[in-house]
Design a protein around this ligand. Structure first.
Ligand SMILES: Cc1ncc(COP(=O)(O)O)c(C=O)c1O
Length: 405
């Protein structure tokens, strides 16, 4: 039996919704996108949600909007530093690099995998450029401490934005991850908490920022903005329908994606509940052994009030010789059909791609916790499509793996 990390997440009703869109002939961004944006903004408890074609595009658009707003002063200028976690997804980091900003890497916390704020203070002190923003990741379904981040950002005069691509449906202090700070980016790539096949977007409570994101996702266009009338009134000599207010891309979503998203977001609570139950089963199956679920205190095995939406389940190999035992455990799980993967990309500073950027970033060895996590932890699936038999097989295989490791 196989226990995959990912599943399409598409149900018959999602496929029917997609076919209806194809038959309607309304294919490019339109009413379905607007409807989906309202539903997800409402779910997250934010004022605005701007849908895009991926979570990576959402990250890119956030930085573009901060650097080249259509009105007022930019929040970031070329050469400014942005605090980012040492365990990251590539497209958390690449927009920072691509737009001429400096990624300032910060080690993560061993038990939450979150960007470590004590290490962030040191990074600000040691930075060779002004640090103006903090861009942590809410990792693997775990919401960050938004009050601590907001206070830290205020104390250090940083703009707080966050990458929530792995953590839709998680919350902290009764607030959804990504609903604090200037903006949060989300991904609806297949296998995430909801799917639009590919897809993503940005949540924000700031209307001007949402307006700029709408321009940026569509060539820099004035269309779709709340203040379009104000701009077009003052224009002479240019066709008001072809008015461009800032730099932009074409990173628009399609109606077919939004139609699937509309179906999916209605069922998010049941998807997240299922993921929590899977995590709970895994935790119970390995409690008291040399394996543990990262960040879970074995004394707190009640999941009723859990705020974690479990994108995947991070497991740590504890004790002596953990890196070697991890290797053996992964080989064994593979023979059982249980798919595993590293924690995001592991210590991102070790990735060959980092040699292709200007070389002023810190060496991988400066991030011992990220390295330790890379060497001793791994992920297994928590997808809400897993059957009871697959969940049982996952738990039994982990129990058997303990005997090896
Ligand atoms: C932390 C993080 N940021 C960004 C992304 C990119 O999202 P997408 O695949 O929708 O481009 C991912 C992908 O899973 C991610 O894990």
């Amino acid at each position: 039996m196989r226990v995959p990390l990912a599943s399409t997440g598409l149900r018959d009703e999602d496929i029917e919704a997609a076919i209806t869109v194809l038959q309607s002939g309304n294919l490019t961004m339109g009413k379905k996108v607007i409807e989906f944006e309202k539903l997800i903004a409402n779910y997250l408890g934010v004022e605005h949600f701007v849908m895009m074609n991926s979570g990576s595009s959402a990250n890119l658009a956030i930085f573009e909007a901060m650097m080249r707003p259509s009105k007022g002063e930019p929040l970031l200028r070329q050469g400014d530093g942005v605090l980012v976690p040492a365990i990251a997804w590539p497209t958390t980091i690449w927009p920072v690099v691509q737009l001429g900003l400096a990624p300032i890497f910060v080690d993560v916390e061993r038990d939450t995998l979150a960007l470590d704020l004590a290490a962030a203070s040191t990074a600000i002190r040691n930075a060779k450029c002004p640090v103006r923003a903090i861009f942590p990741i809410h990792p693997l379904g775990r919401a960050l401490n938004s009050n601590a981040l907001t206070n830290f950002a205020n104390e250090n005069r940083l703009t707080y934005i966050s990458d929530v691509c792995e953590s839709l449906g998680s919350f902290e202090n009764e607030k959804h991850a990504g609903s604090s700070g200037l903006a949060g980016s989300f991904s609806f790539y297949f296998s995430h908490h909801i799917t639009t096949m590919e897809g993503g977007g940005v949540a924000t409570n700031v209307l001007e920022f949402a307006d700029d994101l709408r321009s940026i996702r569509s060539h820099g266009w004035s269309r779709d903005r709340s203040d379009v009338a104000e701009w077009t009134e003052n224009v002479s000599g240019t066709d008001a329908k072809f008015l461009f207010l800032t730099t932009g891309y074409n990173i628009r979503p399609m109606e077919i994606q939004a139609a699937i998203g509309i179906n999916q977001i209605r069922d998010i609570d049941s998807f997240v509940r299922k993921r929590r139950n899977i995590a709970y089963s895994v935790i119970k199956s390995i409690v008291g052994t040399s394996l543990s679920v990262v960040g879970v205190n074995s004394n707190e095995l009640s999941f009723e009030n859990s705020a974690n939406s479990w994108m995947l389940i991070p497991i740590r190999v504890n004790g002596n010789n953990a890196p070697q035992r991890r290797k053996e455990i992964l080989e064994f799980l593979e023979t059982q059909g249980v798919e595993t993967r590293p924690v995001l990309t592991g210590n991102f500073l070790s990735q060959p791609a980092m040699n292709r950027i200007d070389g002023r970033h810190q060496p991988a060895s400066d991030f011992p916790i990220a390295t330790e996590i890379t060497e001793t932890c791994f992920l297994v699936g928590a997808h809400h499509d897993l059957s009871e038999a697959q969940i049982l097989h996952l738990c039994e295989s982990l129990k058997l793996a303990v005997a090896i490791g």
